[in-house]
Design a protein around this ligand. Structure first.
Ligand SMILES: Nc1ncnc2c1ncn2[C@@H]1O[C@H](COP(=O)(O)OP(=O)(O)O)[C@@H](O)[C@H]1O
Ligand SMILES: [Mg+2]
Length: 310
């Protein structure tokens, strides 16, 4: 009997319903196929990882608050069992500076500058406020600088992510908070289509498109999250042929850049910008919520793909 571990975050530390949202239907589909499968917290010291034929990372979301522990676990689990997506790909994907590598290899993304020092961030914010920075659009007719977005390179769930005016003291304060993490700050111009809730997540299993979700806007102008807490409003949406081709291109380029094999699963977050066309926001290769309850047929495809790799 194939033994599969579905890796989640400790439900005591995280919203249990969220971390189990995909795991519940996925485990049921695996059980229907005769597999022995259960959800396991990556940080649980009691787990016998060698007892699994395969462990599948699904919602290890607290990795972002303790990346070093997660990395150490990844190394240990990798030595004891088969981990998917493969740890080398996960490590590459944990830090959003992979976006710069993909951009160099031809995948258009949101224009981003990276800051490891407060001084360089302060300069970039000042340039954005004047409308002269690479990050931060031109000032409008009234001289009001366009908003910028700050976020950490290692982050998920819009943690420490803010949509702010570059001259707002809250912007530099958020930057300092990210740097103190310790972390690296990503600074981007606001993409209006993202703020209008037009981000689309395209899902692929074994490189094949399965479904697409729109999740609505998340950031409140002036800082923080709309409605005060992280709340996606996921809806199944169509993906055009061009969008699917873009997502496939992201995976193909990832393989070229990393030299690694096709991932078991991927979520490619994109937005169509009126001025710049399709842009990659992020490629989630070890943590994406699949919203399986909205797409029951995908659960079966996913379970089959897991067992085919066991
Ligand atoms: N440049 C941007 N302009 C407008 N909104 C943004 C921008 N970058 C991110 N956002 C919003 O913040 C959310 C979280 O950012 P994202 O880069 O996806 O990081 P993560 O999901 O890993 O926390 C996005 O889903 C989007 O709603
Ligand atoms: Mg995201």
């Amino acid at each position: 009997m194939t033994k599969v571990g579905i890796v989640i975050t400790d439900p005591q530390r995280f919203d249990a319903a969220d971390t189990m949202r995909d795991a519940v239907p996925l485990l049921a589909a695996l059980h229907r196929r005769g597999a022995e499968a259960r959800a396991v917290d990556w940080a649980d010291p009691e787990v016998d990882w060698a007892g699994f034929d395969l462990v599948v990372l699904r919602s290890p979301w607290d990795y972002a608050v303790r990346p070093r522990e997660f990395d150490a676990w990844l190394e240990r689990a990798d030595s004891l069992t088969r981990v998917l997506n493969e740890p080398a790909l996960v490590r590459w994907n944990m830090d959003k500076r992979y976006l710069a590598q993909l951009e160099t290899a031809g995948i258009p993304g949101v224009p981003t500058s990276y800051h490891e020092e407060e001084s360089s961030l302060v300069d970039a914010l000042a340039a954005a406020a004047r409308g002269t920075g690479g990050s931060g659009g031109p000032a409008d007719g009234a001289g009001t600088p366009a908003h910028v977005v700050l976020k950490p390179t290692v982050g998920a769930g819009a943690r420490l992510t803010g949509l702010l005016r570059p001259d707002d003291p809250a912007a530099s304060a958020l930057g300092r908070q990210i740097l103190a993490g310790p972390g690296t700050v990503m600074l981007q111009p606001e993409v209006p289509e993202l703020s209008a809730g037009r981000e689309k997540a395209l899902y692929l299993v074994d490189g094949r498109f399965t479904h697409a979700i729109a999740k609505g806007a998340l950031l409140a102008p002036g800082g923080g999250l709309r409605g005060g807490s992280y709340r996606e409003t996921p809806q199944l949406v169509e993906a055009s042929a061009a969008e699917r081709a873009f997502a496939e291109q992201v995976l193909a380029t990832t393989a070229t850049v990393t030299g690694l094999a096709m991932p078991l699963y991927a979520r490619i977050d994109i937005v169509e910008s009126a001025t710049d066309g399709l842009l990659l926001l992020e490629a989630e290769l070890f943590e994406p919520l699949f919203h399986l309850p909205l797409a029951p047929a995908v659960t079966e495809v996913f379970a089959e793909a897991i067992l085919a790799r066991a």
